[in-house]
Design a protein around this ligand. Sequence first.
Ligand code: XUL
Length: 556
Amino acid sequence: MAFPFPDDALFLGFDSSTQSLKVTVLDSRLVIVTSEIIRFDIDLPHYKTKDGVYRDPSGNGRIVSPTLMWIEALDLLLDKLKAKNFDFSRVLAISGSGQQHGSVYWKKGSSAILSSLNPQHTLLSQLSDAFSTKESPIWMDSSTTKQCREIEKAVGGPMVLSKLTGSRAYERFTGPQIRKMFESRINVYKETERISLVSSFMGSLMIGGYAAIDETDAAGMNLMDYKERIWSKIALQATAPDLEEKLGKLAPAHAVAGQISPYFVERFKFKRSCQVIQWSGDNPNSLAGLSLDSPGDLAISLGTSDTIFGITNQPEPSLEGNIFPNPIDPACYMVMLCYKNGSLTREDIRNQFAGASWDVFNEYLDNTSPLNDGKLGFYYNEREILPPVPAGYHRFLVDVDSGDERPVEHFDAPGEVRAVVEGQLLSMRAHAERFGLPVPPRRVVATGGASANDSILRIVAAVFGCDVYTVQRPDSASLGAALRAAHGWLCNKEDTFVPIAKLCAEGSTLAPKLAMPAGGECKFSAYTQLIKKRMEIEVQLVNKSSLESSKGRERM
Ligand code: XUL
């Protein structure tokens, strides 16, 4: 295959995620040449984050991350590449992923600081006073239920908001977070001249000015008309006053956000012409990194959050799940479900029941049978998004033949381990089906840290009843960003939108490879019965928790 790039070209793709900042470098044949990572808890211990975040100890669901930590991580990551004698002058374009929904509040006057950064000093030392709050609300936050209901009510109900913006109001979405900032910290809101998403924030650092918000990531705000790809006046009004000017412009994912800032040119010797392509959300970039292009494909990302997504050209807005414009194909959409209890919950069960060892965890998965003898577990370390229930563990023993179930206190250790993995996947299959995603899919493409684990992939293949593919590396978000950097550069050069499929055709090193065939443990129909039961229990858990929270409100 002939690649349309100069032979010595390099493309950088970043991923500013919950727990780390990564970079993946692709060459002119789109082969990975190197990568680097900064782990927030380990490499930047002075911020004292746990899993990259601060959880409010009062249990009110407030979860934030220090904005400056993300900046310092960028300083360090680039220094790490420099220490490897990385030749920055070969980089034609850069793009990146940001954890979706997280927001950054730039203080009045900060655009002047951004555009005149001194290359002799770090970004951190120059930007430490550039924000009206130093704590960025992130996607794990669940403290904005009140604002969600207010916004939905103001626009005419949750379904109206979903039809308008692609999603009903979710606590983690940026619109409700901004409304909370406006309601509870009016001075911060007033002092703010620009609100960025994590993606456009990192893009802004790179271009030395405020980057536009990418249209795909903007759909995770409850503020954009997802069909027209413009800010929705109705949603803006329902959220906070004077918001449009604080948000700035929108831009498509393949657009050039700007040339790299002189700061990086002088400090790292990037070429002046190096382009920064719009940064986008981590899930949209994963879609690009997985080369997802058929409506029958389902992607499952097993990371800090677990997400399941696919593409469609006929999106059906609903009260569950999210619709985003597709970042690599303006003609269609990306549909997604997101779970808050992903890898951190799997790790917690590993620590409690498998002696903190992945080997033991995997041995338990391999030596227990599909359906787990009816042991159904619901493990929520954090308040979950799907279903919306508070933190807590719930265990049931289901008689698979009669369908009867009874709550139990514990399972045996191997049963706990299978119950967490199987339970998460059963929930994904059930909700995916309800949301109109293809089940069984043509194939599942898995990504995220846990996609490197064959014992987990075997259960994915069994529950979804199809072959499971993976890409060369489990971090598809930074890979997808690097690919989008190359794609954006090409679109700009050709002065027209070029289909990205041209770049990642079958046979390229980036094409997904078969990792686990559907055969073996295939129990698709048996799981169908168990899923019915699981969904009934889920409804009971949701009803119980709403009853308890309304009793709590009465007592207040
Ligand atoms: C998606 C979501 C998470 C974050 C994780 O809606 O909230 O997947 O993007 O970084």
